[in-house]
Ligand binder design. Structure first.
Ligand code: SF4
Length: 90
């Protein structure tokens, strides 16, 4: 599922937070997660267990991976429970 659109529209922080997603801050990429949508497929953990680790608090640590790879893993989330917004590079 596309990790940076929601209902066909590019995601914004406002729409994600309004939609029940929680933000996990990173330097180069912010990750958003909605536990009501997650179907526990485990794709995220298998994709990068340093970034996504069930049982850890916070369970998502975006800075433990490279932003493009984190985005790639998020695209493999089958439910749409994970979304991301990348930061402008300056
Ligand atoms: S890949 Fe998506 S649906 Fe699967 S466990 Fe991770 S967040 Fe949940």
């Amino acid at each position: 599922m596309d990790g940076h659109t929601l209902a066909g529209e590019p995601v914004t922080e406002e729409t994600l937070l309004a939609g029940g997603y929680r933000k996990y801050h990173g330097e180069a990429i912010d990750v958003y997660y909605n536990k009501e949508i997650c179907i526990h497929s485990g794709n995220c953990v298998r994709g990068n267990s340093a970034v996504f680790e069930v049982g850890r608090r916070p369970w998502i640590m975006p800075d433990n991976g490279e932003a493009p790879q984190v985005a790639q893993v998020i695209h493999t989330c089958p439910s749409g429970a994970l979304k991301f917004i990348t930061k402008e590079q300056s």
